[in-house]
Design a protein around this ligand. Structure first.
Ligand SMILES: [Zn+2]
Ligand SMILES: [Zn+2]
Length: 773
């Protein structure tokens, strides 16, 4: 019997602690059984947790709970991604330091301290939202064991010739001070000045106007192109243009890359304004002129602008062009600008010497694997396929950063040949003495360590290997790899998903997981992305405190179909909270009746069990697809409508024994408890706290979370009555309302013949009296 009048969500933490002390979610792997392993995204602690992320992890917990209730031994790893830029930027901000201005050891120390604080807040939130994860086995991507794995897999691929070092123009973020991969570049529409500059045609002396958003790169111009079909410039093919200010000459060539509708149709090609420049320099074998350096400043090639930052140089050169009469006009345009996905800085394209992991040779295979993998929802497979189709470069994997896994390479001091140590230990070449050995080329024993680190996706792309104990427990790995499911957001398909399949395939010749579960992103109330600058960020912590995790989780699961973006709004979460109150009230009401094992059911009982069987079927279909929108909305509609509004009202009198036989009363009791138990089980993955509390108060000393899903084991034959019965009830309520009667007031009305089997319950429910005529 439930005595508390209200469900108090402050009980959630007590319930969570009980789960922990009971070790409810420990992986219990029977002999020969394969574990259901979730390749949990290890979150980045780099500041306050976004509400969308909290929602995302709540849903991953639903995957874990679904896996268990479907009868699997589940491993739900809790990992924290502690490598890389976001952490470094957070640390620089927090301690007001610059990474390159303090000793590397000291900076690493500060990162670690900052991380520990952020991590413990994050773990608290994970517990507060009820994540049934493996906290005891928590891993960190910066722990030695993990970094060792990253390094040893690098060494393995190095030996197989899949890694090479070369200098090529690459995306470079001056703020982060490092090369970044195409996958880390995003495009933003930024307001820019389009500057129309006067060049001169050498042969004729006529002016040639060229529009550019990068006038500071005129010094690096090696060619002017016009579209071959552009009639305005037919006469200029093969002639030469004199650069303004610098007076150097370059050729004017027809080339299809020039778009006649952009600017004046004539385009300057310089090293490097954009990817078209890179391709043309390569295609035509032009000599590159480096105009910007690694700090984002202009080089000597820029003459008077040397040392200025890109924006400074741009402003200055526009001034100079104007004062010398070389500026035709400027216009404000919105320009699709490539920016660094982490710092949002416009990137520069600079040639840098970096390590690359081969991926171009693997693209056909990756596409094949992507086609074979199960995607939830299926439509999101296309995001990956589109990305694979667009990849044109190998993956640059070296970064000029500090807080990440070190590249385990030394170089011969006399001839520069790389020396790669054997896999196994964790190497820090910037600090550690070189391993003993001889240069393979010149025999020297003097080495110098690489100071660079890996792109952090090199670490996180092998999380599936780490959680399946690759290289640590071959028996476990053999049995459990590929893992079961990779849940992740659709914003990191081209990075995490793509790189994971690439890396794990290269190492194991298999895809790392059988299923990819790709969720949408959390937006604000109006469906717009949340940004600190927009002031529309919703903080999840006060919301969780106010409404509790169950309400939050129920809201999130019912907010949008799996895979779609969802809107975060407090009022909707408050609405979800009402369902919990309803569930508690219903449970309290039912708890006042005894549980009876068997009973001779009446028609109304058979009817609600038919509906219940259908509910179980539909919900399980949703659960099997890990689409929690389906069970959540189905159960909500059933509980509010079919069950509470109709069935409960129909059997209230019978449950209290008013005017019914003992047998009939027992049938009501039996059915009420059967429905409640089933509903609790169906809600267990969604709102784990409240259902466990009700379950233990009413049905068992052990948790609901060791139960399986219910089976739809009732005949569905009475389903045919649903529509006429609901219609009849609504009709009665309408008539009473029209006549200003309360629901209990008697009414002269006949139960229709089609519903004759329900006559006793319906008559009581509506206080119907036979007509006197
Ligand atoms: Zn950046
Ligand atoms: Zn050497």
């Amino acid at each position: 019997m439930i005595t508390d009048k209200r469900w108090d969500h402050r009980n959630e933490r007590r319930i969570f602690d009980r789960w922990q002390s009971e070790e409810l979610y420990r992986l219990r792997l029977g002999r020969g059984k394969k574990a259901f392993i979730i390749d949990t995204p290890p979150p980045y602690p780099s500041g306050a947790w976004h509400i969308g992320a909290v929602a995302h992890y709540s849903q991953i917990d639903m995957i874990a709970r679904t896996g268990r209730m479907l009868g699997n031994p589940v491993l739900f790893p809790i990992g924290i991604d502690r490598n890389g830029l976001p952490v470094e930027l957070f640390t620089e901000n927090k301690y007001k330091v610059k990474m390159r201005e303090i000793p590397r050891e000291k900076f690493i120390e500060l990162c670690r301290t900052a991380l520990d604080g952020l991590e413990s807040e994050m773990i608290e939130t994970m517990k507060n939202i009820g994540l049934s994860g493996d906290y005891a086995g928590k891993y960190r991507t910066d722990q030695e064991e993990y970094r060792r794995l990253t390094q040893s897999t690098f060494i393995e691929l190095w030996k197989r010739g899949l890694i090479y070092e070369t200098t090529r123009p690459n995306n470079y973020c001056p703020d982060c001070g490092t090369t970044i991969a195409d996958a880390e570049v995003v495009y933003e529409e930024l307001p820019t000045r389009l500057v129309h500059v006067k060049f001169t045609v050498r042969e004729t002396g006529e002016p040639l106007i060229i529009a550019t958003t990068r006038p500071e790169l005129i010094c690096a111009c090696q060619l002017v192109i016009v579209n071959p079909t552009d009639e305005r410039y037919l006469a200029l093919h093969g002639k030469h243009a004199i650069l303004p200010l610098y007076k150097r000459e370059v050729e004017i060539k027809p080339h299809p890359s020039a778009r006649p509708e952009f600017g004046t149709g004539a385009v300057m090609i310089c090293s490097y304004g954009d990817y078209t420049d890179v391709l043309l320099f390569r295609e035509l074998g032009l000599a590159e002129i480096l105009a910007t350096d690694q700090d984002g400043r202009l080089t000597r090639a820029a003459g008077p602008y040397q040392g200025l930052s890109v924006p400074e140089a741009r402003a200055k050169i526009v001034q100079d062009l104007e004062s010398t009469g070389l500026l035709a006009k400027t216009e404000s345009i919105s320009h699709r600008t490539p920016v660094c996905s982490r710092s949002k800085t416009p990137i520069e394209i600079i040639p840098m010497r970096e390590y690359y992991l081969k991926q171009l040779d693997y693209l056909p295979k990756l596409k094949q694997l992507a086609k074979k993998m199960t995607f939830h929802p299926d439509a999101n497979r296309q995001i990956l396929i589109d990305w694979i189709n667009s990849v044109t470069l190998d993956w640059p994997i070296s970064r000029r950063r500090f807080y990440a896994t070190e590249i385990p390479v030394w170089y011969c001091k006399s001839c520069g040949t790389p020396f790669v140590p054997p896999p196994g230990p964790y190497y820090r070449p910037w600090r550690d003495p070189p391993p003993s050995g001889r240069c393979s080329k010149c025999g020297s024993t003097e080495f110098e360590g690489d100071t660079r680190t890996f792109d952090t996706w090199m670490d996180s792309s092998i999380s599936a290997l780490f959680v399946s104990k690759y290289g640590r427990d071959s028996k476990f790995f053999k049995r459990n790899y590929p893992v079961t499911i990779r849940p992740q957001g659709k914003d990191i398909v081209r990075t995490w998903l793509h790189y994971s399949i690439l890396r794990c395939y290269q190492l194991t010749e298999r895809a790392p997981f059988a299923r990819a579960w790709i969720s949408g992103l959390g937006m604000d109330e109006r469906g717009e992305a949340m940004h600190k600058s927009k002031g529309n960020v919703v903080d999840p912590i006060p919301i969780l405190e106010k409404y509790g995790a169950d309400a939050f989780r129920f809201w999130n699961a019912s907010e949008a179909a799996h895979g779609s973006d969802f809107r975060c709004s407090e009022s909707r979460i408050a609405g979800a909270h009402k369902f919990l109150t309803k569930l508690w009230n219903i449970s309290r009401f039912i708890s006042s009746f005894p549980q009876v094992r068997e009973a001779r059911l009446m028609a109304s009982d058979k009817w609600i069990l038919s509906e219940l069987a259908i509910l179980v079927e539909k919900s399980l279909a949703g659960y099997r697809q890990f689409d929690f929108f389906i069970p959540t909305s189905e159960v909500r509609d059933f509980v509010w409508e079919t069950f509470a509004s109709h069935y409960l009202e129909m059997v209230k009198a019978r449950a209290y024994g008013q005017g019914f036989s003992k047998d009939q009363q027992r049938a009501a009791w039996h059915t009420l408890h059967t429905v409640l138990k089933t509903v609790l089980l169906l809600l267990a993955p969604i709102m784990p706290f409240i259902v466990d509390e009700i379950w233990r108060q009413l049905y068992s000393k052990t948790s609901i979370h060791v139960q399986r899903f219910p089976k739809p084991g009732w005949p569905k034959t009475y389903k045919r009555y649903t529509e006429p019965m609901l219609a009849f009830n609504r009709e009665v309520w309408k008539v009473k309302e029209e006549r200003n009667l309360t629901l209990r007031d008697p009414l002269e009305m006949q139960v229709p013949k089609s519903l004759a089997v329900f006559r006793d319950d319906l008559t009581k429910m509506h206080s119907l009296i036979a007509s006197s005529s």
